[in-house]
Design a binder for this molecule. Structure first.
Ligand code: AHR
Length: 490
């Protein structure tokens, strides 16, 4: 039996709730059919927004939502998405299936969605194909409180008060779909565009620069060297640097592997590739530390998750995949890693919320289901805004993190990365009463590829973890293969 130790008295940094963020792109059925059905739809909605998904996401305390992309962000022209919907021009979504985008879901609709979700909007601007003026005037449109051309236009479109907007991305993947740039070139563009994204009234933007793809350490080096310290005092242009990495078990992008039909070898590869997130965070952070010892600039892991071959028979450009017990373990690994490195990782966005890649929610017409990934976010939500605790000596096949809230209640989350063997753990918690109350939930399945379908939407769901007892400051756990556990102690 493995023995791990938590030290209640050694309290580290706060875990930002924004690590538990989400991503919504104009891609496949994430926006249309996912969040947005339109006010005339027979599917229950408020002002066109599906309320079943809003309620589900509020339950897991969604802290922020990134929009409109992704690759789509760098071909999106925000002025096409305001004003009367029937008059909005359409465009071709060249990245995602070449479908016609009617711009019915635009700035007002997205910001209304965030109000209903009670979360912070995270908007990504168009640096790849848009002008400095276009990006600058979008910020003015959303946040200018006084009288100005853009604020007046916003009022004409029915919104008197400005919105509070904090997170703003200055382009997306500008090394690839966002313009195929070199970091030296992008660093200068970031400085230029970000300069004109103004702070109006009380609003303070948290500007996020496009960061590296996976292990492109040169990109991080150049961005930190050439752009991280530009600006004055608290008004430095760069508040965050993004990082994108997807867990793809296949050896090529043409053969990523099936989301639901996989072998134990595929399982092991997936776990290894998910754990690679930690290597990336450590290595990119080490570069950032050389330029920013105080850790002022956040590492923003704003695209992560599994990426498999699309479900057979679906549009390859729509990236629709199922989410199984394997995805639940990948989600747990990612969130544990972010918690454990939350001194630098302060925002993260799993890709993507509904019907695209590692979704939390799948919809089919008026039907909606919650995936195993959703349940992991639900089980982990009590880490949000807690203080991180160290969790030492975990056996090799277990991955976990621990934190404590303001009332002294400890959350421990652990997943079993073995798809075939149960793991036993003796978890000692130093610095608490030896007989403190303990309760827990477990997400487990009879099969590692178990998933929820519209015919059987509750096949995989969390259950109470029975038989837990704290004796002499320690609790014993038996975690089945591929199991995910969350404990509350104290
Ligand atoms: O999430 C799907 C796509 O993956 C995003 O649009 C892009 O930023 C990334 O390459």
């Amino acid at each position: 039996m493995g023995k791990a130790i938590i030290n209640r008295d050694i309290v580290k940094n706060k875990i930002s709730r924004h690590i538990y963020g989400h991503f919504s792109e104009h891609l496949g059925r994430c926006i249309y059919g996912g969040f947005w059905v339109g006010p005339d739809s027979p599917i229950p909605n408020r002002e066109g927004i599906r309320m079943d998904v809003v309620e589900a996401l509020r339950k897991i305390k969604i802290p922020n939502l990134r929009w409109p992309g992704g690759c789509f962000a760098d071909e999106y022209h925000w002025e096409d998405g305001i004003g009367p919907r029937e008059k909005r021009p359409s465009m071709i979504n060249t990245h995602w299936g070449g479908v016609t985008e009617n711009n019915h879901f635009g700035t007002h609709e997205f910001l209304r969605l965030c109000e209903l979700l009670e979360c912070e909007p995270y908007i990504c601007g168009n640096l790849g194909s848009g002008t400095v003026r276009e990006m600058s005037s979008w910020v003015e449109y959303m946040t200018m409180d006084g009288k100005s051309p853009m604020a007046d236009l916003r009022r004409e479109n029915g919104r008197e008060e400005p919105w509070a907007l904090k997170f703003f991305g200055v382009g997306n993947e500008n090394w690839g779909c966002g313009g195929s740039m070199r970091p030296e070139y992008y660093a200068d563009l970031f400085r230029r565009y970000a300069t004109y994204c103004r702070n109006y009234g009380e609003n303070r933007l948290f500007k996020i620069a496009c960061g590296p793809n996976t292990d492109d350490y040169h990109w991080t080096e150049v961005m930190m060297r050439d752009a991280s310290s530009v600006g004055h005092f608290e008004n430095k242009l760069m508040a965050g640097l993004s990082l994108h990495y997807y867990t793809v078990p296949g050896d090529t992008w043409q053969n990523k592997g099936s989301a639901t039909e996989f072998s134990m070898e595929d399982w092991d590869k997936t776990m290894k590739k998910a754990l690679h997130m930690e290597t990336l965070v450590v290595n990119h952070s080490a570069i950032m530390d050389r330029y920013d010892r105080e850790k002022r600039v956040a590492l923003v892991f704003d695209e992560w998750g599994t990426w498999f071959d699309v479900e057979p028979g679906t549009n390859p450009g729509f990236l629709y995949q199922q989410s199984t017990q394997r995805d639940a373990v990948v989600a747990a690994i990612g969130l544990n890693i972010f918690n454990n490195h939350s001194d630098r990782v302060r925002i993260a966005n799993i890709a993507q919320t509904i019907n695209v890649l590692q979704s939390l929610i799948l919809t089919d017409g008026e039907k909606m289901l919650l995936t195993p990934t959703y349940h992991v976010f639900d089980m982990f939500k009590t880490h949000q805004e807690n203080d991180l605790l160290s969790l030492d000596n975990l056996p090799e096949k277990l991955n976990g993190s621990a934190s404590v809230d303001g009332k002294g209640v400890i959350t421990v989350t652990v997943c079993n990365m073995s798809g075939s063997e149960e793991q036993t753990l003796d978890l000692e918690i130093r610095g608490i009463k030896g007989d403190s109350p303990v309760s827990g939930t477990i997400l487990t399945s009879d099969k590692i590829n178990a998933h929820n379908t519209f015919e059987n939407p509750e096949r995989v769901k969390p259950k109470e973890l029975k038989g837990l007892a704290m004796k002499g400051g320690a609790v014993k756990l038996v975690i089945p293969p591929a199991g995910v556990v969350a404990l509350q102690i104290g």
